[in-house]
Write a protein that binds this ligand. Structure first.
Ligand SMILES: NC(=O)CC[C@H](N)C(=O)O
Length: 343
């Protein structure tokens, strides 16, 4: 030891210098258990968030973790009540400076919907990352631990700030607006067909390849309810039955999962015209899975007062319309502008 020279690394790796990551567990395959690779008949949501963290060696070197169980459900049962619970918990954690970032574990089926909902209502620049798994925790080559590790790594990285809600799985970072589950079983199920990936996690780095996208911040409805918005899936031989039924049911909005560039049959278009006359907001999206749904191409949106979903798939268009209605937006022109605000 040389007098007067301090070891330069002495304070660098102090435990309390690590970012504080709050893990909110909701369930899904990442919490699932079964003994076979096929994962047939497994129970999504059998493992708690706390057990999940225990199975990720080295994660404690990335961040100081605190785990809370918000729900323990397969994400086909995800619903707006859990969304409100998540949103309120995240807002409180940031407002009280309890955490520097949030990681949410979630089933993959509706991960894009939860991510997109939160992206529209959380205005903080601190990272919010969703992750999950395609194989249950007890399967051979379970992907959950690696995904959890990478999610925490991105959450703890200052580059992730100001980018809204992100989804991290299988080495890829994707935006809440762009990401969609596109394969029933593959590990690389998540893609962003219209916006592309935001970045990658590799053993050496967290690497963003895009600039942060613009975002709009919408208010959470105080009564924690969202308007009824139904999705109608278009197909050859399409009639107007489901559209008329949605109007009769009291839907305030209908999202069409249209053919091609958001098209419907002439019969269904007549149903859409009736829906508009009844004051129902109609958004045209597409069942195709990729590509923009553009205004006034084969359907005269101006004439009928329709909204084109642009890059948003039907399930995300539904959430955005629900949030816009909750924020008092009812004019098609205003709703159209809000659909384009995140592009
Ligand atoms: N891979 C998964 O997470 C699918 C399991 C379940 N359907 C869910 O979404 O929670």
């Amino acid at each position: 030891h040389t007098a007067g020279v301090e070891a330069p690394t002495a304070t660098v790796h102090k435990q309390d210098a690590l970012p504080r990551v709050l893990v909110l567990a909701t369930g899904g395959t990442i919490s699932g258990k079964i003994n076979t690779r096929s994962a047939i008949g497994y129970d999504a949501g059998a493992v708690t968030g706390q057990q999940l963290i225990a199975g990720v060696p080295g994660v404690e070197k990335l961040a100081q973790l605190q785990v809370e169980q918000i729900s323990n459900i397969a994400s086909q049962n995800m619903n707006s009540q859990v969304w409100f619970k998540l949103a309120e918990r995240i807002r409180k954690a940031f407002a009280n400076n309890e955490a520097d970032a949030i990681v949410i574990t979630h089933g993959t089926d509706t991960m894009e919907e939860t991510a997109f909902f939160l992206d529209n209502v959380i205005g903080d620049s601190r990272p919010v990352i969703l992750t999950g798994a395609m194989r249950p925790s007890t399967a051979i080559s379970a992907d959950g631990p690696a995904n959890m590790y990478e999610a925490v790594k991105v959450a703890a990285d200052p580059q992730a700030r100001g980018r809204g809600v992100l989804v991290v799985l299988n080495d890829v970072i994707q935006s809440a607006r762009g990401v969609s589950k596109m394969h029933t079983t593959e590990l690389q199920t998540f893609h962003s067909p219209n916006l592309g990936p935001s970045g990658y996690v590799d053993p050496a780095s967290v690497r963003f390849i895009t600039a942060a996208q613009p975002r709009q911040l919408l208010a959470l409805p105080a009564d924690h309810t969202l308007a009824q918005v139904q999705i109608v899936y278009a197909h050859a031989d399409m009639d107007a039955q489901q559209i008329d039924d949605a109007v009769k049911d009291g839907a305030r909005g209908i999202v069409i999962a249209g053919m091609g560039d958001g098209n419907v049959s002439d019969t269904a278009l007549a149903g859409i015209e009736r829906a508009r006359k009844a004051g129902v907001i109609v958004v045209r999206s597409t069942r195709v899975g990729s590509g923009m749904t553009n205004r006034n191409v084969e359907v005269d949106d101006d004439r009928y007062g329709l909204i084109a979903s642009m890059d948003l798939n039907p399930q995300k268009a539904r959430i955005l319309l629900q949030l816009l209605l909750a924020n008092g937006k009812t004019k098609p022109e205003d709703i159209q502008l809000a659909f384009q605000a995140g592009l």
